[in-house]
Design a protein around this ligand. Structure first.
Ligand SMILES: Nc1ncnc2c1ncn2[C@@H]1O[C@H](COP(=O)(O)OP(=O)(O)OP(=O)(O)O)[C@@H](O)[C@H]1O
Ligand SMILES: O=C(O)C(=O)C[C@H](O)[C@H](O)CO
Length: 346
């Protein structure tokens, strides 16, 4: 796949992602905290994960946020930049720390323990839109990607999200992933969320999280609940994803068969793949397939970040028949598919 950026779109950048990233401590080796002696340091954050996933797919991306004036903030910013993401509008708060979370890993699920209250990013607010570096990125981008994590962080973050949705301009697609995080809403009111989601152009919802947050995971019911976005994408984890357009068209694509190593970040990787397909002008089915392929790579690695399959493998699978797609199997070792001449290394 060719790289997408100024040369093909006329924009300076394809996708801008805005939200908090944190240092992550991962038990090494993986296991419950009762037994852990050593933690490995990594970084994570839904929106920067999407930016990194896009860069890995050759799509120009930027991440906007704030970190503390501390080693973890400098390190995570440098690591995100090293993945090819523009961090020119990431600022440092001299008074507040970079957020942190611990990830307790299991074989099929992981639990995140947040230490982020009062973090540098949680103090972001609408004054961010006075920063010329931020405006330059927002005005040059084709897509702005946000998530439901940011309005959960603080009133000022909620206000920032409202301001971003209000300053929309023609030609900018606003993408919003629900990213339902109940632990962040314990002392806040999630009733603010539906209006934010309905103000987006492209909405990503997990069926399970939508069921918890809004009482239904049914794609048609969610389409009725959120009538304004041009497209809503409803992910039913390992089963299928359905994209419903405003003209009533619905396209469903089954998930790949994946031997899951660690699930965190699969939703972000899916969004990155789908957005990459969107900026490349792929049809709906191919966008969904690129989302599934990107998610499968994240599911078969530890940590939130994964290397996507090589371009020829991705292209062959985007073009595969429904039967070959259904027979494709992804493990940590590679991709086995009748659409490929041999098992492709991951
Ligand atoms: N068991 C599975 N087998 C195959 N694919 C899966 C499986 N679980 C998830 N996926 C893929 O990952 C995508 C995202 O899954 P899901 O919505 O459950 O993630 P999420 O909970 O949003 O993740 P996170 O918020 O941690 O990034 C799915 O649409 C699918 O492509
Ligand atoms: O949960 C959050 O707030 C995060 O951003 C941490 C993880 O990186 C994220 O949940 C993965 O989607």
């Amino acid at each position: 796949m060719s790289s997408d950026g100024a040369s093909t779109s006329g924009h300076t950048l394809a996708v801008v992602c805005l939200g908090e990233s944190m240092a992550v401590l991962l038990p090494d080796p993986p296991g419950p905290f009762e037994a852990v002696d050593t933690f490995r340091v990594a970084f994570g954050g839904a929106e920067s994960n999407v930016a990194c996933g896009l860069a890995a797919l050759g799509v120009t991306s930027a991440w906007i946020s704030r970190v503390g004036d501390d080693g973890l903030g400098r390190r995570l910013t440098a690591e995100i930049a090293a993945r090819g993401v523009d961090v020119s509008a990431v600022t440092t708060d001299p008074l507040r720390r970079t957020g942190l979370y611990l990830k307790e890993t299991g074989t099929s699920s992981s639990r995140l323990h947040y230490y982020r209250a009062g973090s540098a990013a949680s103090a972001l607010g609408r004054e961010l839109l006075d920063d010329p570096a931020v405006l330059q990125l927002l005005d040059g981008a084709r897509v702005l990607h946000l998530s439901g994590i940011t309005p959960a962080l603080s009133d000022s973050c909620l206000d920032l999200v409202r301001a971003l949705l209000a300053r929309r301009r023609p030609g900018l697609l606003i993408s919003f992933d629900l990213n339902w995080r109940p632990a962040l809403w314990l002392d806040r009111d999630p009733a603010v969320l539906p209006a934010l989601l309905d103000a987006a152009d492209l909405l990503f919802l997990g069926a399970d999280e939508a069921e918890t947050a809004f009482g239904t995971g049914d794609p048609a019911a969610l389409r009725r609940m959120f009538p304004s976005p041009a497209t809503i994408v409803v992910k039913d984890s390992g089963h299928r994803v359905t994209a419903l357009d405003e003209d009533g068209t619905a396209v469903t694509e089954p998930a790949l068969t994946v031997e899951v190593v660690e699930p965190t970040g699969a939703g972000d990787a899916f969004a990155a793949g789908y957005l990459a397909g969107t900026v490349r002008g792929l049809d709906q089915r191919s966008r969904l397939r690129l989302g599934h392929l990107s998610a499968a790579a994240a599911l078969t690695t530890h940590g939130d970040h994964a290397t996507p399959a090589p371009d020829p493998v991705i292209n062959a699978l985007l073009a595969a028949s429904a039967a070959d797609w259904a027979a494709t199997r992804v493990t940590a070792l590679g991709i086995d598919s009748p659409a490929l001449p041999a098992v492709a290394a991951r």
